[in-house]
Write a protein that binds this ligand. Structure first.
Ligand code: SF4
Ligand code: SF4
Length: 630
């Protein structure tokens, strides 16, 4: 008859831990039961350990895994008649008398968790329920980078700190690790340096690096990177290219196989993992979750296909950069760091591309230059008049630093307000000195006055234009500090956003070179799927060249798909040059700009909810502008 093993999961069952443990003991020849304490059991396995579990009649063997370090437990006092008690923990138990201490963690069976890597999400993530930790430094820093949008978060109870997050199933967690290359960990202070966290094994097995607090990787787990503080700078020190992620997955599998074998030896178990089929541990819940996930994946795939089809025929929007000079010198911007010749897009070329765009179906037009300041365009009003001639061009927007609004008359501003869908004003915070240090011009009061003027004029003419105040600072706490002022703007109908970390313009602005400002280093990002920017829109530069990335190709020398002087917009969109750009991601022959770029967004992004309501020949939803700017 088979020996029996009862696994007590106590107050809470960590399903991933239980699955590893179940397979571990089954492969050692035990029949495993969950949460059934019986005197006849040959082996009692206790996970987590709570305040209550004890049995003074039990005479078999106890394996107590103390991996949470929540309680100080005298195991011999709990199981006074047990023949032997093994306490397994990375650090020695508080009550060593009468127990055998085994330095180790939990069994981890890599085969159970590893799946083909699909690195789609370049943004790091944090998966955990919100932990009430008071003023803990790491948690405060993590909250800042989550609120700044740098880190995605999943789990329960995040509404306590005004963060929207949804919980994930165990299967989904595993998939998320397989799709991401970096995650942030956060342990309770009492656990740091005493035990490991679950993500330290699960994420690296899926090729995902873990950024963790200093002193927490006490077992030297591969892929766990300790840092003194959590910030955007952490990302620049990790090479998380697809090759590194793949190598990590292999190394982690080796590490955990060895660690699990050592654990089995210490516990005098003879494990044979081959003897247990994975199917035996996949219960109905796991099956249901897998089905749900497959359906979700199907919907995501369908949405991606729909978006690819939609943008194959025509761009989702058109960017026309009419001017490339600026009246600010933002420290995080590429302006002044390139050799771009100052230029204004000739009116005839402007009219030509607008006509061609209208012939392709029209839609949204953005007049935002990168870099440059649209209000310095001497023909801005005339451009609006041209745009107004094309009825199917129905969403005009731009981003401005707002400094030159003062040069426009009330009538001109009213006309712009009447004809725009969104005006995004980029503002360097809400205090003069902070503004000056970031934008390097003393225009704070001027800009704020112009915003007030804009709001008065908008009200006066009943314009529907969205005024989006987009704050740029180096303080992740900005929104908390200025909550009242921001709320006042919201009450006046403004949309508000804030960022405190910045793109690197394809490597023109270097991470670490700008004092006190976080610049993301893009060279370590896995970029094996086509980037969404060239999928969505072309950008006409002031010299008439058309680039496929209006977001980063500031010099217009890397992703050019034509010249508006000679080529039609339609031809550029279906050109061989554009096809090569789109293919370069999958083929791994990226131009240097894309290789260095930190703004990369993989095409999997097209499955996000923001694209759900995007239809051909329909206005773009507001959420789209909030994501991509004006
Ligand atoms: S970020 Fe905008 S406002 Fe600032 S320098 Fe660059 S182009 Fe000018
Ligand atoms: S990777 Fe960067 S430079 Fe290349 S297309 Fe995407 S956003 Fe533009």
């Amino acid at each position: 008859m088979k020996k029996t093993c009862s696994v007590m999961t106590c107050e809470y069952c960590d399903l991933d831990v239980y699955l590893n443990v179940k397979l571990f003991y089954e492969s050692s020849g035990y029949r495993v039961f969950k949460d059934k304490i019986s005197r006849d059991t040959n082996l009692l396995v206790v996970l987590r350990g709570d305040k209550e579990i004890s049995d003074h009649e039990y005479t078999g063997v106890v394996h107590a895994y103390d991996y949470v370090r929540e309680y100080k437990i005298d195991w011999r006092a709990r199981f006074s008649k047990a023949s032997r008690i093994f306490v397994i923990s990375p650090t020695p138990p508080e009550y060593p008398d009468g127990v055998n201490y085994v330095k180790g963690y939990l069994p981890v069976i890599p085969e159970l968790w590893q799946s083909p890597l699909k690195k789609k999400d370049s943004r790091p993530m944090h998966i955990s329920h919100f932990k009430p930790m008071g003023e803990d430094q790491y948690q405060q820093e993590l909250l800042k980078i989550i609120k700044s949008g740098l880190v995605r978060v999943y789990g329960k109870k995040w509404d306590r700190v005004d963060i929207k997050a949804k919980p994930l199933s165990y299967c989904q967690v595993n998939k998320m690790f397989a799709a991401s290359s970096i995650c942030y960990g956060l342990m309770y202070p009492y656990q740091r340096g005493k035990t490991l966290s679950g993500r330290m094994w699960q994420a690296p097995l899926q090729g995902c690096f873990v950024i963790s607090e200093a002193g927490t990787n006490i077992a030297g787990c591969p892929g766990v990177i300790e840092v003194m503080s959590f910030s955007a700078d952490n990302l620049s020190v990790i090479d998380h290219s697809i090759e590194k992620c793949q190598a990590l997955a292999l190394e982690a599998a080796r590490y955990w196989k060895t660690a699990t074998q050592i654990l089995a030896d210490e516990l005098k178990l003879k494990i044979s993992l081959k003897s247990v089929s994975n199917r035996r541990i996949f219960g109905p819940r796991r099956l249901l979750s897998a089905i749900r996930q497959t359906v979700e994946q199907l919907f995501r795939a369908l949405q991606i296909r729909r978006m690819l089809k939609l943008t194959e025929r025509r761009p989702l929007y058109l960017i026309v950069e009419t001017v490339n000079t600026c009246n600010a010198h933002c420290v995080f911007c590429c302006y002044g760091k390139t050799k771009i010749k100052p230029q204004v897009l000739p009116m005839d070329i402007f009219e030509k591309v607008i006509r061609e765009y209208s012939e392709m179906g029209g839609g949204a037009v953005s007049l935002t230059p990168v870099p440059g300041e649209v209000l310095l365009d001497p023909h801005l009003i005339k451009r609006y008049e041209i745009l107004a001639k094309y009825k199917n061009i129905d969403q005009v927007s731009f981003t401005t630093n707002g400094i030159a609004f003062e040069k426009y008359s009330d009538e001109e501003l009213k006309y712009i307000l009447k004809s725009s869908f969104m005006i995004q004003v980029s503002i360097g915070g809400l205090d003069r000195e902070g503004y000056k240090s970031l934008y390097q011009v003393d225009q704070f009061e001027n800009v704020l006055n112009s915003v007030s003027r804009l709001l008065v004029l908008k009200k006066a003419i009943g314009s529907d234009a969205h005024i989006h105040l987009s704050f740029r600072t180096n303080n992740p706490n900005f929104e908390d500090i200025h909550r009242e002022q921001l709320e006042a703007y919201k009450r006046q109908g403004c949309l508000i956003s804030h960022i405190s970390w910045y793109g690197n313009f394809g490597g023109i602005v270097k991470s670490g070179e700008v004092k006190d400002v976080s610049i993301i280093n893009g060279s370590g990002l896995a970029k094996n799927e086509t980037c969404v920017y060239p999928l969505l829109a072309p950008s006409v530069l002031p010299n008439g060249l058309i680039t496929n990335c209006g977001c980063v190709d500031v010099n217009g020398d890397s992703l050019i798909i034509g010249d508006a002087h000679y080529n039609s917009l339609r031809d550029c969109w279906s050109s061989k040059e554009r096809k090569n750009i789109l293919d370069s991601f999958r083929q791994g022959n990226l131009v240097d700009l894309c290789r260095q770029c930190s703004m990369y967004r993989p095409s999997a992004h097209l499955a996000e909810p923001v694209y759900k309501n995007i239809r051909s020949y329909k206005k773009l939803p507001l959420e789209f502008y909030l994501l991509y700017g004006g």
